[in-house]
Write a protein of this length. Sequence first.
Length: 190
Amino acid sequence: MKIFLPCFRLFLVLMFLTGVIYPLAVTAIAQLIFHAQAEGSLQVSNGKLIGSTLLSQKTESPKYFWPRPSAGDYATVASGTSNLGPGSDALKKAIADRAIKLRAANNLAVDAPLPDDMITASASGLDPHISPAAARMQIERVAKARSFDADQKAKLAVLVNHSIEGPQLGVLGEPRVNVLLLNLALDELH
Protein backbone atom coordinates (compact mmCIF):
# COMPACT_ATOMS: atom_id res chain seq x y z
CA MET A 1 0.00 0.00 0.00
CA LYS A 2 2.93 2.35 0.67
CA ILE A 3 3.84 2.28 -3.01
CA PHE A 4 0.34 1.85 -4.44
CA LEU A 5 -1.25 5.02 -2.98
CA PRO A 6 1.50 7.45 -4.13
CA CYS A 7 1.53 5.80 -7.55
CA PHE A 8 -2.26 6.00 -7.81
CA ARG A 9 -2.21 9.70 -6.81
CA LEU A 10 0.50 10.38 -9.39
CA PHE A 11 -1.59 8.53 -11.97
CA LEU A 12 -4.64 10.70 -11.18
CA VAL A 13 -2.60 13.92 -11.34
CA LEU A 14 -0.97 12.96 -14.64
CA MET A 15 -4.28 11.81 -16.08
CA PHE A 16 -5.87 15.14 -15.13
CA LEU A 17 -2.94 17.12 -16.56
CA THR A 18 -2.58 15.19 -19.82
CA GLY A 19 -6.22 14.18 -20.28
CA VAL A 20 -7.98 17.40 -19.29
CA ILE A 21 -5.74 20.43 -18.82
CA TYR A 22 -3.45 19.88 -21.84
CA PRO A 23 -6.26 19.21 -24.38
CA LEU A 24 -8.25 22.20 -23.10
CA ALA A 25 -5.17 24.46 -23.34
CA VAL A 26 -4.34 23.31 -26.87
CA THR A 27 -7.98 23.74 -27.95
CA ALA A 28 -8.14 27.24 -26.46
CA ILE A 29 -4.90 28.28 -28.18
CA ALA A 30 -6.09 26.83 -31.49
CA GLN A 31 -9.41 28.67 -31.19
CA LEU A 32 -7.62 31.95 -30.51
CA ILE A 33 -4.82 31.77 -33.06
CA PHE A 34 -6.24 29.51 -35.81
CA HIS A 35 -10.01 29.95 -35.33
CA ALA A 36 -11.11 29.14 -38.91
CA GLN A 37 -8.92 26.04 -39.12
CA ALA A 38 -10.01 24.88 -35.64
CA GLU A 39 -13.62 25.14 -36.79
CA GLY A 40 -12.92 23.00 -39.88
CA SER A 41 -12.17 25.71 -42.48
CA LEU A 42 -15.83 25.71 -43.46
CA GLN A 43 -17.01 27.68 -46.49
CA VAL A 44 -20.45 29.29 -46.34
CA SER A 45 -22.19 30.94 -49.28
CA ASN A 46 -25.50 32.79 -48.96
CA GLY A 47 -25.95 31.35 -45.47
CA LYS A 48 -25.56 27.79 -46.75
CA LEU A 49 -22.68 25.49 -45.80
CA ILE A 50 -20.84 24.58 -49.00
CA GLY A 51 -18.01 22.44 -47.64
CA SER A 52 -14.57 22.52 -46.07
CA THR A 53 -11.37 23.61 -47.76
CA LEU A 54 -9.67 20.75 -45.90
CA LEU A 55 -11.77 17.95 -47.44
CA SER A 56 -12.53 16.99 -50.99
CA GLN A 57 -16.14 16.75 -52.06
CA LYS A 58 -17.47 14.57 -54.84
CA THR A 59 -18.13 16.69 -57.93
CA GLU A 60 -19.02 15.17 -61.27
CA SER A 61 -20.83 18.07 -62.90
CA PRO A 62 -19.06 19.17 -66.09
CA LYS A 63 -19.66 22.78 -64.96
CA TYR A 64 -17.17 22.40 -62.11
CA PHE A 65 -13.55 21.39 -61.64
CA TRP A 66 -13.23 17.83 -60.44
CA PRO A 67 -11.14 16.73 -57.45
CA ARG A 68 -8.78 13.79 -57.29
CA PRO A 69 -10.36 10.35 -57.33
CA SER A 70 -11.14 8.87 -53.92
CA ALA A 71 -10.74 5.20 -53.03
CA GLY A 72 -13.32 5.71 -50.24
CA ASP A 73 -15.81 7.62 -52.41
CA TYR A 74 -15.09 10.85 -50.47
CA ALA A 75 -16.50 9.42 -47.21
CA THR A 76 -14.76 10.86 -44.15
CA VAL A 77 -15.47 7.86 -41.92
CA ALA A 78 -14.08 5.29 -44.33
CA SER A 79 -11.34 7.51 -45.69
CA GLY A 80 -8.19 5.79 -46.81
CA THR A 81 -6.42 4.31 -49.71
CA SER A 82 -7.26 1.08 -51.49
CA ASN A 83 -3.96 -0.52 -50.35
CA LEU A 84 -3.51 -2.01 -53.82
CA GLY A 85 0.12 -2.51 -54.77
CA PRO A 86 1.77 -1.38 -58.02
CA GLY A 87 1.50 -4.89 -59.46
CA SER A 88 -2.22 -5.18 -58.70
CA ASP A 89 -4.47 -5.83 -61.68
CA ALA A 90 -7.35 -4.12 -59.85
CA LEU A 91 -5.27 -0.95 -59.45
CA LYS A 92 -4.22 -1.02 -63.12
CA LYS A 93 -7.86 -1.43 -64.15
CA ALA A 94 -9.01 1.43 -61.85
CA ILE A 95 -6.36 3.75 -63.30
CA ALA A 96 -7.25 2.74 -66.88
CA ASP A 97 -10.97 3.27 -66.21
CA ARG A 98 -10.32 6.71 -64.68
CA ALA A 99 -8.13 7.66 -67.64
CA ILE A 100 -10.85 6.67 -70.13
CA LYS A 101 -13.50 8.62 -68.19
CA LEU A 102 -11.26 11.67 -67.83
CA ARG A 103 -10.23 11.74 -71.49
CA ALA A 104 -13.84 11.35 -72.63
CA ALA A 105 -15.16 14.06 -70.27
CA ASN A 106 -12.42 16.52 -71.26
CA ASN A 107 -12.54 15.65 -74.99
CA LEU A 108 -8.90 14.55 -75.06
CA ALA A 109 -7.19 12.20 -77.48
CA VAL A 110 -7.00 8.53 -76.49
CA ASP A 111 -3.24 8.80 -75.95
CA ALA A 112 -3.22 12.30 -74.38
CA PRO A 113 -1.08 12.41 -71.23
CA LEU A 114 -2.98 12.97 -68.00
CA PRO A 115 -1.81 14.43 -64.69
CA ASP A 116 -1.07 11.57 -62.29
CA ASP A 117 -3.19 13.08 -59.55
CA MET A 118 -6.33 12.79 -61.69
CA ILE A 119 -6.01 9.05 -62.29
CA THR A 120 -4.64 7.91 -58.93
CA ALA A 121 -6.52 8.25 -55.65
CA SER A 122 -4.99 10.27 -52.85
CA ALA A 123 -3.73 8.42 -49.77
CA SER A 124 -6.54 9.74 -47.58
CA GLY A 125 -9.14 9.75 -50.33
CA LEU A 126 -10.06 13.27 -49.22
CA ASP A 127 -7.28 15.44 -50.67
CA PRO A 128 -8.85 18.85 -51.41
CA HIS A 129 -6.12 19.86 -53.87
CA ILE A 130 -5.22 19.06 -57.45
CA SER A 131 -2.13 19.98 -59.40
CA PRO A 132 -2.12 23.12 -61.57
CA ALA A 133 -1.83 20.82 -64.62
CA ALA A 134 -4.99 18.97 -63.53
CA ALA A 135 -6.87 22.25 -63.16
CA ARG A 136 -5.67 23.58 -66.53
CA MET A 137 -6.66 20.31 -68.22
CA GLN A 138 -10.27 20.88 -67.13
CA ILE A 139 -10.61 24.49 -68.35
CA GLU A 140 -11.95 23.51 -71.78
CA ARG A 141 -14.63 21.21 -70.34
CA VAL A 142 -15.80 23.74 -67.74
CA ALA A 143 -15.87 26.59 -70.28
CA LYS A 144 -17.87 24.49 -72.75
CA ALA A 145 -20.34 23.29 -70.08
CA ARG A 146 -20.96 26.90 -69.03
CA SER A 147 -21.16 28.15 -72.63
CA PHE A 148 -18.30 30.59 -72.08
CA ASP A 149 -17.21 32.76 -74.99
CA ALA A 150 -13.51 33.29 -75.74
CA ASP A 151 -13.24 36.25 -73.33
CA GLN A 152 -14.86 34.34 -70.46
CA LYS A 153 -12.66 31.32 -71.19
CA ALA A 154 -9.58 33.54 -70.96
CA LYS A 155 -10.83 34.87 -67.61
CA LEU A 156 -11.31 31.28 -66.48
CA ALA A 157 -7.68 30.49 -67.34
CA VAL A 158 -6.57 33.55 -65.34
CA LEU A 159 -8.78 32.42 -62.45
CA VAL A 160 -7.09 29.02 -62.44
CA ASN A 161 -3.65 30.64 -62.45
CA HIS A 162 -4.63 32.93 -59.56
CA SER A 163 -5.93 29.91 -57.62
CA ILE A 164 -2.53 28.20 -57.56
CA GLU A 165 -1.15 28.01 -54.03
CA GLY A 166 2.61 27.73 -53.62
CA PRO A 167 4.35 25.15 -51.46
CA GLN A 168 3.71 25.51 -47.73
CA LEU A 169 6.29 27.76 -46.11
CA GLY A 170 7.74 28.15 -49.60
CA VAL A 171 9.42 24.73 -49.61
CA LEU A 172 7.03 22.01 -48.42
CA GLY A 173 5.15 20.18 -51.15
CA GLU A 174 4.23 21.19 -54.67
CA PRO A 175 2.11 24.01 -56.06
CA ARG A 176 -1.55 23.07 -55.82
CA VAL A 177 -5.11 24.27 -56.41
CA ASN A 178 -7.88 23.93 -53.83
CA VAL A 179 -10.83 22.59 -55.84
CA LEU A 180 -13.56 23.95 -53.55
CA LEU A 181 -12.13 27.47 -53.52
CA LEU A 182 -11.66 27.36 -57.30
CA ASN A 183 -15.25 26.23 -57.84
CA LEU A 184 -16.58 28.94 -55.52
CA ALA A 185 -14.56 31.56 -57.43
CA LEU A 186 -15.88 30.06 -60.66
CA ASP A 187 -19.47 30.57 -59.51
CA GLU A 188 -18.66 34.21 -58.73
CA LEU A 189 -17.08 34.63 -62.17
CA HIS A 190 -20.14 33.28 -63.95
